[in-house]
Unconditional design. Structure first.
Length: 122
């Protein structure tokens, strides 16, 4: 019986350490770099804040994907060459996974997060 419990404990510990290793990825939301004047642009800082509040939980802190689509690999420019199309998706949602944010974000906030996605995450 003790042998069985020891094997069970070892399996549980192995699973726990594997979980820790895989969950230690990049969990930092990328910073907005300073511009030529030494200050970060306000709209991009606002976009970063909105990203952290509304987007990162599904799309990952650095846009690496998760429950939501991967947004940091440049594919966003192929799918949405025009930022206006991204406004439509953010406002209205898409399919069963992407919720609508039209009641949570103003147009300027939506534009700010789109700039953050396109200019900082990509």
């Amino acid at each position: 019986m003790q042998r069985f419990l020891k094997k069970k404990r070892n399996k549980v510990l192995s699973f726990f350490f594997l979980f820790l290793l895989t969950s230690c990825g990049n969990n930092v939301i990328p910073e907005v770099p300073a511009g030529p004047d030494g200050a970060a642009e306000g709209a991009l800082l606002e976009g970063r804040e909105i990203w952290g509040t509304h987007c990162a939980s599904c799309h990952g802190p650095s846009g690496q994907g998760g429950r939501g689509a991967k947004l940091n690999d440049g594919e966003i420019f192929k799918s949405y060459s025009d930022p206006e199309a991204m406004i439509t998706v953010i406002n209205n949602g898409k399919g069963q996974g992407m919720p609508a944010f039209n009641s949570k974000l103003t147009l300027s906030e939506t534009e700010a997060v789109i700039r953050y996605i396109r200019e900082i995450l990509n």
